[in-house]
Design a protein around this ligand. Structure first.
Ligand code: ZN
Length: 964
């Protein structure tokens, strides 16, 4: 799965975006928002038949007693009492006491018939679960959520003697009078019905407005990780793959889509307005990858060279925005078929734009669902940033068709196998079709840097985490699984070589296709690709089984030409007294096997493998007269680098004299290491500040992206007042030259456009006079009805709203409600948070409590953007505390959204007072899946407080001298 619609914003000093950029960089992109409406009641009525499939005609006997009523529907994720025997809904003991299903079940196929009615919102269904058992048993257990059974029928040979429901684990237990035996095929036939709600998970209702303003309805699905069981009873675990045969009956005016193409269309007897679509049976697949949509959308299509039909599907009034997506999907699919050496295995691929979608996109096999902003692109209206976003999300989801769908992780603890790989492949995929976008160069600033930031906290977690309970699964769709996962794959690729990695991946996919795999299987395939010359598993275990990463330190050995290379864990809190540094023990004791690459001013490249055995450091002779060393060449390694102060000073000199001696990734990484080491108390703050002087001549996107993040951080931490205005002056001085050289005219390469957006917005935020004036003029042009470049709209709207009147705000709000262009809608929604008027901000905060004003999927973006606006920080914090219960009810259930809200509102706090407020407010509060986010936020506030105590005065003094 992929990303919400938050782009990897990298603006600086913004009134409205800087915290968001840091926070959201990737974390939110991959967020698994699950929104609201846990209170819907599904009136489900089910009939069960159990029969041996050998007997073609089962004799049905009515089962009389209802064993559950619809009133007994249990709220999702209701706490189950610990250490107690599970009790079924009828008061009996529930005999299966494990959140996982029994291992002796082997589903073979499902036969599913659905009849959704978009007028009454009723869904009726019949499902046949066809399965085998691998050992003799007189019971089975399967999943279903909020389902009640009113009757059941059995055959004469095999009777169901008991059916029990245990809602806390979404499980049904079914017992037969005689044992089921291995070698035979059994099936259960269930009838059910429920009501569609706007829950954004399971089979749910979504709506949109057509050009005439009429509301149109559609029914769509989102199952990952554990919501297939809300749509139909099933064995809902990723390793229980089966084939799906689906038939959907619906209103003749609508269309239906499934993972596979339609096989047969037929009329429904006695119902002229109905139509019945039977789809081809799917390949064996995991239940979380099933999808179906019933809607009135239009489509465009094209074939790949290998004869796969690719279609992009969207509402009629938006289908004109689908051309770019279709073109990218064709090219990327063809490219992946070459890369993986395996053809895309299904006959078609659909990419469909869903108006309400919690994540950014979902890789359902052959029917990929997207947020509208992740799929639709309008030349001349959407920005370069939006274009790159769409291409990247498409590449990510298509990568999953092999990595995730064809070969699936055996269980969710290896989620990173799916997501780390897709996040790494998305850069390869886009790079191949858009070679001038410098995707591989952007990888460091968009993927690696945010992971290094988060993984430097004690409250981080390992890539491979034991998860057993479904409610914990949500929590691992995070920056560690995605960004760190892909960063270590890139490090491994660089270490083993591109061809070895690719060969190993092919071996892995070939061996496990249509099946499941664990992390170890991948390492084995890669070791095989090296002809067993490398212990891939031994090396990679140190990266996946423990959290954090090393600081690689270079020290000159006295009176010698040798240098010593050593490693230690890098932590933001390492030097803070009184912060508990005890961490879970690991068998590697927080040491790693690190491929260390570096070069010196002589131009010579070195590569050494630093292992935990080198406990006294690793010694390398670099010869005489080494002026400087640049560790971690091109930032391929997942670690930070420390040098002696003299080496830092030589590097600064070299940067100021001729920074292009270093690649853009190297420059970005040096900047980042210097600021991060200082923040952790490992390096004098003078070093990053002195280094930043070179930025006056920097003209590349990647180093600027990283530098502006750190400047924004300083600005945020220093709060309001004279210190903030000093930071702005400092920023203006650094930005002036690049601002002038880029100008406001929309021209140049893809990367130049991205850089221009970043620099202009930062210049406006830093109150560079020419920039604010130009932005104001352009805003006036918009008001006069003129068109301005799509690249400039976001920043011009924000600047206009910031300095504008209530009327400006209201007219922008009106446009936000009426535009049919998703990317425009998203930018207007953010621009509305830029106002300095606290009454308006207050009103906007209230809108987030009303779905008709702010869609559930967008609530967090509005809250966090308002909080990033200095005029809104205190308001947003007060508002969220006041309505905490309502947000928690809406988003709390196993959702990452609540954690994002906590972090977004508090991580920039930097005073003891703030810390106490946060701690005391949450002390008694239920935070659900936001628990880890809260721990991280509190840790970050402590780091901020420590930073201010130690450096604030020094930094201010330095800036004052710099500005003289
Ligand atoms: Zn994904």
């Amino acid at each position: 799965m992929d990303m919400s619609d938050e782009r990897d914003d990298v603006a600086f000093l913004t009134g409205s975006n800087s915290s968001e950029s840091r926070l959201y960089s990737k974390r939110d992109l991959y967020e698994r928002g699950h929104v609201a409406v846990c209170s819907h009641r599904q009136a489900l009525c089910i009939t069960v038949f159990v029969f041996s499939s050998i007997l073609a005609t089962a004799i049905s006997i009515a089962f009389i007693r209802p064993w559950n009523t619809c009133d007994a529907v249990v709220e999702p994720h209701e706490e189950e009492p610990e250490y107690l025997t599970p009790i079924a809904t009828n008061g009996e003991e529930f005999p299966w006491d494990d959140v996982r299903l029994p291992i002796f079940i082997r589903p073979i196929s499902y036969d599913l018939e659905l009849t959704p009615n978009l007028t009454t919102l009723e869904v009726r269904g019949i499902i046949k679960l066809i399965f085998q058992v691998t050992e003799e048993t007189d019971y089975i257990v399967f999943h279903s959520k909020n389902i009640s059974i009113t009757s059941k029928t059995i055959n004469e040979k095999l009777k169901v003697v008991k059916i029990l429901e245990y809602p806390a684990r979404d499980q049904l237990y079914l017992e037969t009078d005689q044992p089921m035996r291995p070698g035979r095929t059994y099936s259960i036939r269930l009838k059910f019905e429920y009501i569609l709600t706007q829950s954004l998970e399971g089979f749910y209702l979504s709506t949109y407005k057509d050009n005439e303003g009429n509301e149109r309805r559609l029914a769509t699905t989102h199952f990952e990780p554990t919501s297939a069981r809300r749509a139909f009873p099933c064995f809902d675990e990723p390793q229980l793959k089966a084939k799906f045969l689906v038939t959907i009956t619906h209103d003749r005016s609508l269309k239906s889509f499934f993972n596979m193409p339609i096989k047969e269309v037929s009329d429904v007897r006695g119902k002229k307005d109905q139509i019945r679509n039977e789809f081809y049976e799917s390949a064996p697949m995991s239940s979380y990858l099933v999808a179906f949509v019933v809607c009135d959308f239009k489509l465009i299509k094209k074939r790949t060279k290998s004869n796969v039909t690719i279609r992009v599907i969207a509402p009629e009034n938006k289908i004109s925005q689908a051309d770019f997506a279709l073109d990218q999907a064709i090219k990327i699919t063809e490219n992946y078929e070459r890369f993986f050496g395996i053809d895309y295995p299904l006959p078609k691929q659909d990419l469909i734009a869903i108006p309400d979608f919690a994540a950014g996109a979902m890789e359902n096999w052959g029917l990929i669902t997207y947020r509208e902003t992740s799929l639709l692109f309008t030349p001349g209206v959407s920005s370069t940033k939006s274009k790159q976003w769409v291409a990247t999300v498409i590449a990510h989801e298509l990568a999953h068709q092999w990595f995730g769908n064809l070969v699936t992780m055996r269980w969710w603890n290896d989620l990173w196998l799916n997501e780390g790989f897709a996040s790494w492949m998305e850069y390869q995929g886009v790079d191949e079709v858009q070679p001038d976008w410098n995707m591989k160069g952007q990888f460091w600033s968009t993927v690696v840097q945010p992971a290094l930031e988060e993984d430097a906290l004690q409250s981080s977690h390992p890539i491979s985490v034991p998860v057993k309970d479904p409610r914990d699964i949500e929590g691992i769709f995070d920056i560690i699984s995605y960004n760190k996962g892909s960063a270590i794959i890139r490090m491994l690729e660089n270490f083993l070589g591109e061809h070895v990695l690719r060969f190993g991946l092919r071996l892995y996919l070939e061996k496990h296709k249509y099946g499941n795999a664990v992390t170890k299987d991948l390492w084995l395939a890669l070791a095989q690709a090296t002809n067993y010359t490398h212990d891939v598993e031994g090396m990679m275990n140190t990266w996946t089984l423990q959290m954090g990463y090393p600081l690689i330190t270079f020290t000159k050995v006295a009176n010698s030409t040798s240098w010593n290379i050593s490693q230690s864990r890098f932590l933001y809190t390492g030097k803070i007294e009184g912060v508990n540094t005890s961490m879970p023990a690991t068998r590697f004791n927080y040491t790693w096997i690190v491929p260390v690459k570096f070069y010196t001013d002589s131009g010579k490249q070195y590569q050494h493998l630093i292992t935990p055995k080198d406990s006294n450091g690793y010694s390398v002779d670099l010869g005489e007269d080494v002026k400087w060393i640049k560790g971690n060449s091109d930032g391929y390694g997942y670690y930070r680098v420390q040098y002696p102060e003299q080496t830092w000073n030589s590097l600064i000199q070299e940067f100021i004299t001729n920074h292009t001696k270093f690649s853009p990734s190297d420059r970005a990484q040096i900047i980042d290491d210097a600021f991060a080491l200082s923040k952790a108390g490992e390096l004098d703050y003078k070093i990053p500040l002195e280094l930043s002087k070179y930025l006056k001549s920097e003209r590349d996107l990647v180093p600027w992206t990283v530098a502006l993040r750190h400047l924004a951080d300083l600005k945020d931490l220093f709060g309001e007042g004279s210190q903030r205005s000093l930071i702005l002056q400092y920023a203006r001085k650094l930005l002036e030259d690049v601002y002038t050289s880029l100008g406001w005219e929309d021209k140049g390469s893809h990367n130049e456009r991205l850089l221009r957006f970043l620099i202009l917005r930062s210049a406006v935020d830093a109150k560079l006079e020419d920039a604010t004036k130009t932005a104001a003029n352009l805003y006036q042009q918009i008001k006069d009805g003129k068109n301005i470049s799509s690249e400039l709209q976001e920043l011009v709207y924000c600047a206009g709203i910031e300095n504008g009147t209530l009327q400006d705000w209201e007219s922008t709000l009106a446009k936000y409600h009426t535009t049919q262009i998703p990317s425009e809608r998203a930018l207007l929604m953010k621009a509305l948070t830029c106002t300095r008027d606290t009454l308006i901000l207050q009103q906007y905060l209230h809108f987030t409590l009303d779905k008709s004003k702010v869609r559930s999927q967008d609530v967090r973006t509005v809250l966090i953007n308002i909080s990033s606006n200095p005029s809104g920080t205190a308001l947003a914090w007060r508002h969220v505390r006041r309505y905490w219960e309502r947000y928690y009810t809406s988003f709390g259930e196993g959702s990452f959204t609540i954690g994002l809200i906590i972090k977004g509102l508090t991580t920039s706090f930097s005073t003891q007072f703030d810390l106490e407020q946060v701690e005391s407010f949450f002390k008694e509060k239920e935070v659900g899946a936001g628990k880890q986010a809260l721990t991280q936020a509190v840790e970050m506030i402590k780091v901020n407080i420590n930073f201010r105590d130690n450096y604030e005065e020094k930094i201010i003094t330095w800036i004052q001298e710099f500005l003289l």
